[in-house]
Design a protein around this ligand. Structure first.
Ligand code: GLC
Length: 455
């Protein structure tokens, strides 16, 4: 009898572990992913192949990294994650003074018209300028706009498509700098000069390079996921800017990697479910396996499956567990922050979800699912980092990183260090650096470098 009980106790745990194996990507698979990503990057950079490429590798027209001599007062806008921010930054030889305010973007604006979106942005900017007593000044502004942008210059960028839950009409195919200027002109009460438009990954690289000169790659692991790196201008076949500078920042937009099926060999039923129920099915396949907008939902789908199989919660779920979007990505970080053998956070979260009947074995199962989903994300990002490191073939590179998943997950950093070291070519030394507010600082730095170059 005792023996039977033990076997019964052990079985769900073992089955959970077996079922979770689909979420593990082994090193051979990671190397295959690296090969495919490398090819995808080359297609994005190539003149003949770019238009059909999946990983776009957009040219940023940023060729100068900060050198520490930038100075002046700048405004910055940061649109692209969960919030919209306006910032004012004072840059000097040895100081960086920054004030900022977060403004919510209501859901109806995220999915409404482009005019309403840009009017809202202009209004927030005007209010901010009033509060900071620069209403009557004409300041230089950097605009961090974290969506796939085909840049035609440092201050001209055409939106290719929306990602991350935005779907405002009348913006795809348009120059977003012009849309911002139009909205400001409609108000007629403020005046600014847009010095540059950039992506958050680019901003992250600029802000890290301001501190560490060997920062050459940046990656965002937040609501979305993307990477930016320094490429040789000679390799950027589409670059039509002034000749003479050897390097150019590339915004890879690697979130779209896999949109052509390149990742199908590792995708699971959970990934297909997340995709099918998203606002942009078939798009941003890699991003949906990595980033914060989807990670919690992936975990929830696995938990639902295990509950229905009778492997968790005695087969009894809750209304919330079965509701889409109810398992927040921050729960993954919180659950994995519990010490081994301790389930304090896990218990609180399961209670919030109406699962107070969870046993300790259930909590161990839930934690295992979280670990598998977050580890897979960390390994995918690492494969991407190693691909870029190997491509750049520089002996020493600092990788700037930003985004809520990396920032708050207790093990993401160490998982990445370990896996990149295994996958990068021998002899390449790398360092991971948490970026301090890359989007805001980066926008100001792009404006500042543009002013520096102009003077
Ligand atoms: C999405 C956007 C990309 C951005 C990333 C991180 O992938 O398309 O531009 O950099 O999210 O915010």
């Amino acid at each position: 009898m005792r023996l039977t009980e033990q076997i019964d106790m052990r079985q769900p745990r073992d089955t959970i572990r077996e079922e979770c194996e689909v979420l593990q990507i082994n090193d051979n698979q990671l190397r295959e992913i690296m090969n495919r990503l490398n090819k995808a990057l080359l297609l994005g950079l190539g003149k003949e192949t770019h238009s059909k490429a999946i990983v776009k590798c957009f040219i940023t027209y940023i060729q100068d990294l900060p050198n520490g001599t930038e100075k002046g007062k700048f405004l910055a806008l940061d649109l692209g994650g969960t919030n919209f921010r306006v910032l004012i930054i004072n840059l000097g030889p040895n100081h960086f003074d920054m004030q900022s305010k977060i403004y919510a973007i209501p859901k109806h604006i995220m999915t409404g018209t482009g005019t309403a979106l840009f009017d809202h942005i202009a209004e927030c900017l005007a209010n901010f300028m009033k509060e900071h007593e620069v209403f009557n000044e004409r300041l230089a502004l950097g605009f961090t706009f974290s969506f796939p942008l085909k840049q035609l210059g440092l201050t001209k960028g055409i939106l290719e498509r929306w990602t991350k839950g935005f779907s405002c009409s009348g913006v795809v195919g348009e120059d977003v700098v012009q849309l911002l200027k139009d909205a400001i002109a409609r108000r007629g009460d403020i005046s600014i000069s847009v010095m540059g438009i950039l992506n958050d990954a680019t901003g992250c690289l600029m802000s890290c390079a301001h501190k560490k000169r060997d920062a050459r790659i940046a990656v965002i692991i937040g609501t979305g996921s993307n990477a930016c790196y320094v490429e040789k201008t000679d390799n950027c076949e589409l670059f039509d800017g002034p000749p003479g500078k050897k390097e150019l920042l590339i915004n890879t937009e690697w979130g779209a990697f896999g949109d052509d099926g390149a990742l199908d060999f590792i995708r699971t039923e959970f990934d297909r479910d997340v995709d099918a129920n998203s606002i942009n099915p078939g798009k941003q396949v890699q991003e949906k396996m990595i980033s914060g907008m989807y990670m919690g939902e992936l975990v929830r789908l696995v938990l639902v499956k295990f509950t229905k199989m009778g492997l968790l919660f005695g087969g009894r779920g809750s209304d919330l567990l079965f509701e889409r979007g109810s398992f927040y990505t921050k729960y993954v970080s919180e659950i994995e922050s519990d010490k081994p053998g301790d389930y304090t956070n896990c218990m609180d979260i399961l209670e919030e979800l109406g699962l107070s009947h969870a046993t300790e074995a259930d909590m161990a199962g839930v934690r295992h699912v979280c670990e598998c989903v977050s580890r897979r994300a960390a390994h995918l990002v690492s494969a991407g980092m190693a691909t870029l490191l190997n491509k750049m073939a520089e002996p020493r590179v600092t990788i700037g990183i930003d985004g809520s998943v990396y920032r708050f997950h207790p093990h993401f950093h160490s998982l990445m260090c370990e896996k990149i070291a295994q996958l990068a070519n021998p002899g390449i030394v790398f360092d991971l650096m948490l970026s301090e507010d890359g989007s805001g600082r980066g926008a100001a730095l792009v404006a500042a470098v543009a002013c520096r170059e102009r003077c």
